[in-house]
Design a protein around this ligand. Structure first.
Ligand SMILES: Cc1cc2nc3c(=O)[nH]c(=O)nc-3n(C[C@H](O)[C@H](O)[C@H](O)COP(=O)(O)OP(=O)(O)OC[C@H]3O[C@@H](n4cnc5c(N)ncnc54)[C@H](O)[C@@H]3O)c2cc1C
Length: 570
């Protein structure tokens, strides 16, 4: 049986940053990741990462407090403000640290890190490396991991947490190359397992953003928070939903309907195309729904007025994506776009040190809900969250280890517990691996995704959502009778994706129940039958706890320190 002081699950930015921090504190830490770290979704991030560096003349007045205000207002006041301040105050430190570690940021003429305007931000605050910021950050972070000689269990998937009544003691994971399932004891576990975008259709996320990390934590008794808040990005390519970064609008792109009108002036006359994502996505969808879109359901993102030089310098990847995936050169023609599922504001409930209610278990990045994004995340705050709370998770885990009473998990008692969890998990996985039922899991997956995007999407309504919940329950029932096409051990992706499908159906149920219960509109959760925000009743976080009969829902207060809720106008 293996043992490490700390196991970090996830090779994206949050996981790698947590592992580096633990290693810097002198601990034995290992990373475990379903894919090679640089294939994590973080690599696909385009637009940038926020920090109030005040590097450009238009942003001279910027400060962590102003960043905190924009973030809180953007969150529709659901963010916990102590956590928001922790993030915005750490932001300049973490971004400059990435610069010192070698991240090739774009530069101002004076050689400082360049900053571009982003939606919902009062100042140009988004630091970027052209439109490949995630690529630049993740490769820098991975090089750092290599230089620290941190071992990586590559292409291993965590299936369950090992825990007793008092604390987390490790993970049970499957080696995809062999199909072997093993227990890894650890004194602390950090999850940086990313988002759950693929529960929805029309997602900008990579196919591995399955949400299995959230579900594994949930099944081990750690509550999930605010799962009904799902971000729909305004601009993904029509038809295949490859993301077109907000940087395109930050750099001056226009949104136009089929009549050629810049329709954002109706919805956000001051901020225009740089209104926050929830408002912009709804505006686009309204234009489409009311017949002012193009046939099939899209509008145009027009960059032609920016000129070839600016596009080639600042948006080269956007141009490549539009050429290869839409057959459009954006120097000459507008890009057809539609909103797409993009980000989970909710996730594993943790505090500002990334700690959950289960001692020894931490989560950071998109899988977690601190909550800094509340009901709507601002662009550029997610990459930031990964490096800020990744580092905080590593620190907090190290502190926890230093104070651990009762020694390490690598004891006969710990090993016995691990054996039991391993045995249970193997039984469960083998049941799925050998499944020969009549139901086709890919059909169940497609129905889950289309139900979620169509009935619990940008616009939501009671009867639609209730119907979606009934469908999800039916799919859960059909799932008990699935059949797999491949029953082997090695690289059984049929097993992995269908194991995950069961978990995703569980998340879908939580999302539906949270959204049905929340009879208000706030941030990304917009109900056509309850159009107003209702602070008197709903200024609170939704908590979902696992029970064998389905999620048990409860609520938790929002931490408000400085900014009193007010109406959001842009
Ligand atoms: C196309 C796109 C563009 C974006 N652009 C921006 C942007 O410009 N600015 C911004 O702030 N945000 C952006 N975002 C959001 C941001 O990139 C992500 O939220 C963030 O990178 C997530 O990082 P992470 O470390 O939490 O997870 P990820 O990078 O998603 O990594 C998750 C890791 O967990 C591992 N994993 C998952 N489950 C398991 C399991 N069960 N067992 C083992 N390993 C597991 C995976 O292998 C992977 O290594 C963008 C997102 C997308 C999809």
């Amino acid at each position: 049986m293996r043992y490490h002081q700390i196991i970090v699950v996830g090779g994206g930015l949050a996981g790698l940053r947590a592992a580096i921090e633990a290693k810097m504190q002198g601990l034995d830490v290992a990373i475990l990741s379903r894919v090679h770290p640089v294939r994590s979704h973080s690599v696909a991030a385009q637009g940038g990462v926020n920090a109030s560096l005040a590097n450009v003349p238009e942003g001279k007045e910027d400060s962590p407090e102003r960043h905190a205000f924009d973030t809180t207002k953007g969150s529709d006041y659901l963010a916990d403000q102590d956590a928001v301040f922790a993030m915005t105050e750490d932001a300049p430190i973490r971004v400059i640290e990435m610069e010192h570690w070698g991240c090739p940021f774009s530069r101002t003429p004076e050689g400082k890190i360049a900053q571009r305007p982003f939606g919902g931000a009062g100042f140009p605050r988004t630091c970027y490396a052209a439109d490949k910021t995630g690529h630049a950050l993740l490769h820098t972070m991975y090089e750092r991991t290599v230089s620290y000689d941190i071992p990586v269990y590559e292409e291993w998937v965590v299936l369950s947490l090992i825990r007793d009544a008092d604390r987390c003691r490790g993970v049970v994971a499957m080696n995809l190359q062999t199909g072997d399932i093993d227990a890894i004891l650890a004194d602390a576990v950090v999850f940086g397992t990313g988002g759950s975008g693929r529960v929805f259709g029309r997602s900008t996320n990579n196919i591995i953003s399955s949400g299995s990390g959230m579900a594994v934590a949930y099944l081990a008794g750690v509550p999930l928070k605010d799962l009904e808040f799902v971000q729909f990005h305004p601009t993904s390519l029509f038809g295949n939903n490859v993301l077109i970064s907000e940087a395109a609008r930050g750099d001056g792109g226009y949104l136009r309907n089929a009549k050629g009108e810049r329709f954002m002036e109706k919805y956000a006359p001051k901020a225009m195309e740089l209104a926050p994502r929830d408002i912009t996505a709804r505006s686009i969808q309204t234009e489409i729904n009311e017949g002012r879109g193009f046939p099939g359901g899209y509008v145009h993102l027009d960059l032609t007025h920016l000129g070839a030089k600016r596009i080639l310098e600042r948006l080269p990847a956007i141009r490549d994506i539009a050429i290869h995936f839409a057959g459009v050169d954006c120097i000459e023609k507008p890009i057809p776009i539609q909103p797409g599922q993009h980000y989970f504001m909710g996730g594993i409930d943790v505090d500002k040190d990334a700690a959950s209610i289960l001692p020894g278990f931490y989560a950071a990045g998109e899988c977690s809900c601190v909550s800094v994004h509340g009901a709507n995340r601002l662009g550029g705050n997610s990459l930031l969250e990964t490096i800020v709370f990744g580092a905080r998770a590593g620190k907090a885990a190290a502190r926890y280890l230093a104070g651990l009473q009762g020694g390490t998990g690598n004891t006969p008692e710990g090993r016995k517990l691990a054996d039991e969890t391993l045995e249970r998990t193997v039984l469960q996985i083998n049941r799925i691996r050998r499944a020969e039922g009549p139901e086709d899991p890919s059909d169940i997956r497609e129905k889950m995704r289309s139900t979620m995007i169509e009935q619990i999407g940008i616009f939501r309504k009671q009867d639609q959502m209730e119907d979606a919940l009934v469908k999800v329950k039916e799919l859960q029932d059909r799932y008990t009778r699935i059949g797999l096409r491949y029953h082997g051990l090695k690289y059984n992706l049929d097993l992995l994706t269908n194991y995950e499908l069961g978990l995703q159906l569980m998340l879908a149920e939580i999302i539906a129940k949270g959204a049905i219960a929340r009879t208000e509109s706030r941030g990304s959760h917009f109900r056509t039958d309850f159009k107003e925000r209702d602070d008197a009743n709903w200024l609170k976080h939704t908590m979902a706890r696992y029970t064998p009969d389905g999620p048990e829902m409860s609520y938790k207060p929002v931490t408000i320190t400085k900014f009193q809720p007010e109406a959001r106008r842009y």
